[in-house]
Design a protein around this ligand. Structure first.
Ligand SMILES: [Zn+2]
Length: 510
């Protein structure tokens, strides 16, 4: 007994000075961390202010934005993020070929992938294998610039409108884009990690469609001026059928399993992947509804498939015609699957691309009717009805806007200060910086932060808050968010130590 008392005394006698030593070390670390933060603030402020008589120190800012912890990329399309060079590698692995000339009588089109074995023969000289494409420099460059936006603006060439060029790219690489999703996600993860990114929420594959001759036709017969009751009746019939049809349920279960397989092995200690499922807004109404039903069913209670989205050119004929109908579909399904989280592409429009009346309500309807928690793009807010009220409502409802600067510049011609991002910041609307389709845009997430910082010169604290938003407004579970935020704290401590060092070494005159 005595021994125990002595031992306890000894431990507590030593514990006090030890604890004091640790506390001193902690205080020292704390002071150093604060000093690094202050140095980073000052250095960043110098870079965005430029030197007297000179402009923003672009190259140094670019480097700092590469090093910056990015948190997550939460507006990200898988197929548009893989670079064309990777797709060409996969064409080689699959033994497919690509046409170098058009022969429309035989349904062969230049730059299209041939996947039918019967056509991939020695005698088919107009269809090149991957190795042959790489050896033909002129065709190789033409191909990459057709499957992406590279070189679009830097030389004179026959061209379609930028938005059409952008959306056309998906049609070219779609036959190969699903070849090895797990491999593609691995490549995207490596790219993300190289940019100090820890989380990815990607739109991976559209949800499956099941038709019903009678109930699908009822939805397709709905008009823009159909009453809400008519819509709900038509939706209800197809939804009830899909909920009990074994074939439809199997498709949904297979889709979920496929997604789980695609994502297998991607998560590690430094990287987390979550999936959004989506529907295409330019399909027939019944197909949109059926796919949307599957998307909601797949996402409900699924820790991997964390949200639902709607994609495709928002200014295309069908998307514009059916916009209200789509919003009513979301509202209907949100009641059936209340836990499902929504981020909707809305307001990816500029004046002139559609008649003015279509600029007046897309964002508002996405929030008020569909119940979107996040808005993708949201660049037409200036043209919405009562835009000042909508701006206030975004803040009040805590709806985050996903900002995609490169994409908006290319597709919509929305440049520099014409983009509403600075307005959002001034009005304290939560924003996140995201990449959209970095493969097609030939961009990356660092580039998006670089554009954000160089064009709109947010303070360092605002920049940092924007990074944190990418986790805070993600569809991660609350407990996962805590883990990711803690990791982000650690990454910023490291980053600010490196930035402080960089600031010191950048002092020499030249
Ligand atoms: Zn998008």
């Amino acid at each position: 007994m005595m021994k125990k008392i002595i031992a306890a005394f000894c431990i507590s006698a030593f514990a006090l000075p030890m604890a004091t030593a640790y506390a001193k070390d902690d205080a020292k670390d704390d002071a150093k961390t604060k000093q690094n933060l202050q140095s980073t603030r000052q250095y960043y402020a110098q870079l965005i202010a430029g030197t007297p008589g000179a402009q923003v120190r672009l190259a140094e800012l670019n480097m700092l934005m590469t090093m910056l912890p990015k948190g997550g990329d939460i507006h990200h399309h898988y197929t548009g993020s893989v670079y064309a060079e990777t797709y060409l590698d996969w064409i080689g692995q699959q033994g497919f070929c690509v046409y170098r000339e058009s022969d429309l009588a035989n349904k062969q089109e230049k730059f299209r992938i041939e996947t039918r074995k019967a056509y991939i023969t020695e005698t088919n000289k107009t269809c090149l294998m991957a190795d042959a494409i790489r050896k033909d420099n002129a065709f190789y460059r033409e191909l990459i610039s057709t499957w992406s936006v590279v070189d679009f603006d830097n030389h004179v060439h026959p061209q379609v409108a930028p938005d059409q060029h952008f959306f056309n790219t998906f049609g070219y690489f779609s036959p190969i884009s699903k070849y090895s999703t797990n491999q593609g996600l691995t490549i995207l993860k490596q790219q993300a990690k190289a940019e100090n990114q820890q989380y990815l929420e990607t739109m991976l594959k559209s949800a499956p469609i099941t038709d019903h001759p009678e109930f699908s036709a009822k939805i397709d017969a709905l008009q823009a001026n159909s009453s809400k009751a008519e819509m709900l009746e038509a939706f209800g019939k197809l939804a009830d059928f899909l909920a009990q049809d074994a074939g439809a349920q199997k498709k949904i279960a297979d889709y979920v399993q496929e997604t789980i397989n695609d994502a297998a092995g991607i998560d590690d200690a430094d990287f987390t992947l979550r999936i959004q499922t989506y529907v295409s807004r330019n399909s027939a109404p019944s197909k949109v509804f059926s796919s949307l039903f599957a998307a909601f069913a797949a996402s409900q209670n699924n820790p991997l498939i964390v949200g639902v989205n709607i994609v495709g050119a928002e200014h295309a004929l069908v998307a514009v015609r059916d916009y209200n109908l789509h919003m009513q579909m979301f509202a209907f399904l949100k009641q059936r699957f209340p836990k499902v989280r929504l981020s909707l592409h809305a307001g990816e429009l500029v004046l002139g691309i559609v008649p003015p009346e279509h600029l007046q309500h897309h964002m508002r309807s996405a929030i008020q009717i569909a119940g979107a928690e996040r808005i993708g793009h949201g660049v037409d807010i200036m043209h919405e009805t009562n835009p000042d009220q909508l701006l206030a409502e975004l803040k009040k409802r805590n709806v985050a806007v996903e900002i995609n600067l490169t994409s908006n510049d290319f597709i919509l011609g929305l440049k520099q200060q014409a983009h509403p991002v600075a307005m959002y910041l001034r009005h304290e609307t939560p924003i996140v910086i995201s990449s959209d389709d970095a493969g097609v845009s030939r961009s990356n997430l660092s580039r998006e932060y670089f554009l954000f910082a160089s064009r709109y010169t947010p303070s360092y604290d605002t920049l940092k808050k924007t990074v944190y938003n990418s986790i805070r407004y993600s569809f991660l579970s609350p407990s996962d968010k805590v883990i990711q935020l803690r990791q982000l704290d650690q990454r910023f401590v490291k980053f600010e130590a490196a930035a402080a060092k960089l600031a010191l070494s950048a002092k020499s005159k030249f």
